[in-house]
Design a protein around this ligand. Sequence first.
Ligand code: NZQ
Ligand code: ZN
Length: 383
Amino acid sequence: MQNFTFYNPTKILFGQGQIAALSAEVPAGAKVLLTYGGGSIHRNGVYTEVKAALSGHAVVEFGGIEANPQFETLMRAVDLARKEQVDFILAVGGGSVIDGSKFIAAAFYHEGDAWAILAEHAAVQRALPLGTVLTLPATGSEMNAFAVVTRASTREKLPFSSPLIYPRFSVLDPTKTFTLPPRQIANGVVDAFTHTVEQYLTYPVNAPLQDRFAEGILQTLIEEGPKTLREPQDYDARANMMWCATMALNGLIAAGVPQDWATHMIGHEITALHGLDHGQTLAVVLPATLQRQRDAKRDKLIQYGRRVWGLSGDDEHIIDEAIGRTRAFFESLGVKTHLRDYGIGSDAIPALVEQLEKHGMVKLGERGDITPQRSREILELCA
Ligand code: NZQ
Ligand code: ZN
């Protein structure tokens, strides 16, 4: 096992009715910036419940944070937060609203152009405290220190990270996910699955506990994902899905093991240039990454095939079948797995590779062996 530091300060309030706990969780006397997206929280009653819980607090609202949250929008929220002198952010929504709010929290104290936090990895010295109410299980943003922000004008989508942006608390009420459209819940299953694979399917370092945590998440997603799509109001299925997504990217399964993340970095460029949902990009890229890296990932691919998919037989057969089952699983959820399914041809590949180079994504993967040339080969397998 590799050395590691594990730190996760986010308090989780899980289950039906937990939004009421906000009144005690948001610091007394705090002036709150309530952030949300395009309006789903108005349609499903979450807004009313949150406002009732915050009745004892002064609240300023900022709605309209879009999917793949945009820098330009978020800077308007920073202006509002400064003008109103808020001292706490409550993000209510999916990964985009939470990520956007993490950026607002960091940019609030940043002097100069806050884009530097993303483009130049300018260290975050200070951030407003934030809490979240999660309405879409997928990203794990509710319990991690990452955020991804898009700049519309330059079509760039970049991540940043800081321990200062861990949410202080997150409310996870599975009933608040009942109104999700099938496309979003399917994207969420693919995202949580891919997060787990990016931290598990690398090379063995004798970390059997982390492996079994990861295999447990993958198997649970395989069981519960289809159920939650079929029966959107099945509380248990939604609860299991939600907890899987949080556990897939809160640092636990990453402790002491190598991590890949090539699929994510390539996927971000596809969203930036072609507007695909995050989950859709992963469904396209992950099977191709596994195929291209099948020699480097050989031992873990065999383990994955045997333990997660229950395969047996000779090793090459297991690897082929494991990659095939992964693709078939995504397709069974209704998420297409080729670029052509989204109207993108092979002629789009050079620009994607150029963007990766521009963003310094030139040594991706757990061994840093995914050069731009290899990213091109992966993208060719995505076609
Ligand atoms: O904007 P509203 O109206 O709220 O609608 C949203 C949005 O259109 C809707 N939605 C959310 N909850 C709903 C709902 N509709 C009905 N009922 C509900 N309960 O769903 C749509 C998509 O929401 P979004 O937040 O964009 O989805 P997701 O949670 O998948 O977040 C994706 C973003 O997170 C980033 C992605 O790159 C992308 O920008 N990621 C963040 C990560 C992190 N912070 O750790 C890691 C991930 O790998 C990922 O990169
Ligand atoms: Zn993801």
